[in-house]
Design a protein around this ligand. Structure first.
Ligand code: GLY
Length: 582
């Protein structure tokens, strides 16, 4: 059902379609571009190909992956190359100074998930962001050196390569080195973000990084990152030791000492990514493969799907009052569980099996009424005002010619993370420590609250909402998807999947359709600007819901295997995402 929201989005996108000569190059692909008249590289947001497909947040990164795929690299090789390229061309979220999660389904149907989430440093402690009155010190966990968790990306990508890689690691990282050394032209959204962040960069860096400029950045300016090229070269030549030891480690520790941070050589040496058992569950004839703790994504997504499975969503219709109400009531209950029960499984006994038990989930909706909103206070105590900051994480989906699939979400947390660039090493450090619960019941920058399960402990990983997900239909690869968007990632993946599975949408309709989000607290339905019909909004308010408009909710990057075996890749038309295959 193509409702008004999709129509508005399609209309806006079509408005931007131009430069048809560029599109001739991609004659076999249908494409929709965002702001092509100013983006320095042609952007394709909807592409169909018969062999392989990659979707990422930047055209140059997607093309790095595509060239790996064309050279015979598999989906894991392409993903690694894309991640390093994003660390150069998408500095606000692509990273080597952050962390991420990777979900893999091989062509033989083997499932794997890799956790390279950051860890709290050894000197981290439960109350490290509290003052003497035990109140949270504003921004201490969000910006600057103390906000940084021990980075996991380099160890994670090397571990993925050691197990699944086919091409030489050096060949996968080299395109990123070249992009850093030779430079790339800035896009409209990157320029906007860089210009907005100048003051923070100046304030939180002892040595001014390349991102700082006297006059505002302009679209098309060349960004050259020589220090980053050198660091990537060390990783190419020395592997793990090129980052966690030697001169790069020395520079990280020196940066920490200069800015009163606490990451030590010992922390860097001790960092280790981990293979974990994915969350696997069924929804009707679909099998969901997603990320386990320390992500909340997989458990929450499975809970959401199981809670709504008994209800006639398809019959109710896309964005009908009944469908939204049912989905929101499920979201409210799942996020209440998230706050209480989820954290790093290596440190806290997350009741994973109980949370996904049929009997528990059935009981969870026992007080659900089709007519009235349940107040969040009655699901659990507490109510908060929340100011959601901009969030930045990034997702990549890849399928290769053999059918190996990768969904990977990586993050610095906020835009440009802690805003701290390691002096002379050229990479940004994350502000992931804010994903811990600094104090039980006090919201983080996504308005999420946590408890004991997600309290800070040395060496512990902070809870995440990243939800890299692969979905089978009748046992065959069907969808690969994920998104940035902090707390809204889980509900965006949930809705895009239901748009395909229940509301019979094509992938581009499903991804571009407007979204809504409820996270228990604050007790409100967030919805995208112009995203809900006024009649629907009024009916939801009549049921007792509070509504709150947002600019956008998460940025999905997805691939679908079409009935004829072709691969459709779709980037989010809220962003500069790029899909391309061959
Ligand atoms: N930093 C966002 C997340 O991991 O959920």
């Amino acid at each position: 059902m193509l409702n008004k929201n999709i129509f508005i989005r399609l209309k806006n996108s079509l408005f931007y379609i131009s430069i048809f000569s560029t599109l001739l190059f991609y004659a076999c692909q249908s494409s929709v571009q965002e702001l092509p008249q100013t983006h320095p590289y042609p952007v394709i947001q909807d592409a169909t190909s018969s062999n392989a497909m990659a979707v990422s947040a930047h055209p140059l990164a997607t093309r790095v992956g595509l060239s790996v795929l064309k050279k015979g690299g598999n989906a894991i090789d392409a993903t690694i190359a894309i991640q390093f390229a994003l660390a150069v061309v998408y500095p606000r979220a692509g990273n080597i100074g952050g962390g991420g999660f990777m979900v893999i389904r091989t062509d033989e149907g083997e499932y794997a998930s890799l956790d390279y989430r950051e860890k709290a440093p050894k000197l981290g402690s439960r109350d490290m962001y509290l003052n003497s009155e035990k109140n949270v010190i504003p921004n201490l966990s969000r910006i600057g050196h103390l906000a940084v968790g021990v980075p996991g990306t380099v160890d994670g990508l090397l571990k993925a390569h050691a197990k699944y890689g086919q091409l030489a690691f050096a060949d996968l990282i080299q395109p990123a080195i070249d992009l850093a050394a030779n430079g790339y032209k800035l896009s409209p959204k990157e320029v906007n973000r860089l210009n907005k962040t100048q003051e923070d960069f100046r304030k939180h860096n002892t040595k001014m990084p390349v991102f700082v400029k006297e006059k505002p950045w302009q679209v098309g300016d060349l960004l050259v990152q020589q220090d980053l090229a050198q660091t990537l070269t060390l990783i190419r030549d020395q592997g793990r030791a090129g980052f966690y030891e030697g001169s790069t480690a020395d520079k990280i520790v020196a940066e920490m000492e200069a800015g009163k941070g606490i990451i030590s050589h010992e922390d860097l040496l001790a960092y280790e990514s981990k293979w974990r058992t994915p969350i696997i569950g069924d929804y009707k004839n679909y099998t969901i493969i997603s990320m386990p703790p320390p992500s909340s994504g997989g458990i929450a997504l499975m809970q959401l799907l199981k809670l709504v499975e008994p209800y006639p969503l398809s019959k109710d219709g896309f964005h009908s009052v009944d469908a939204i109400h049912t989905m929101v009531e499920a979201e409210r209950r799942v996020y209440a569980d998230r706050a209480k029960h989820l954290g790093d499984i290596d440190f806290y006994p997350v009741p994973q099996d109980s949370l996904l038990e049929d009997a528990y989930l059935l009981d969870r909706m026992a007080d659900f009424s089709r007519d009235t909103a349940t107040k969040s206070e009655s699901v659990a105590a507490g109510a908060f005002e929340v100011a959601m900051e901009s969030f930045e994480t990034t997702h990549t989906s890849v399928v290769d010619k053999d059918g190996n699939a990768v969904a990977v979400t990586t993050t610095l947390n906020g835009n440009y993370g802690s805003k701290v660039v390691v002096s002379d090493a050229g990479f940004l450090l994350n502000n992931e420590m804010d994903d811990f619960s600094a104090k039980p019941g006090v919201p983080n920058m996504y308005g999420l609250i946590g408890n004991e399960a997600n309290a800070i402990q040395p060496g512990k990983r902070m809870l995440s909402s990243m939800t890299p997900t692969i979905i089978e239909k009748d046992g065959q690869l069907h969808l690969v998807l994920g998104a940035p968007g902090g707390s809204t990632i889980i509900t965006a993946v949930f809705q895009v999947f239901l748009n395909v599975a229940e509301f019979n949408m094509s992938l581009e309709e499903a991804v571009w359709a407007s979204r809504f989000h409820h996270q228990w607290l604050p007790d409100q339905i967030m919805y995208e600007k112009d995203g809900l019909d006024n009649v629907v909004k009024k009916a939801l308010e009549d049921k007792g819901h509070t509504l709150n408009e947002r600019a956008y909710l998460a940025l999905i990057k997805a691939i679908q295997v079409l009935p004829n075996g072709d691969l459709q890749g779709v980037g989010d038309n809220r962003s500069e995402d790029h899909a391309e295959g061959y």
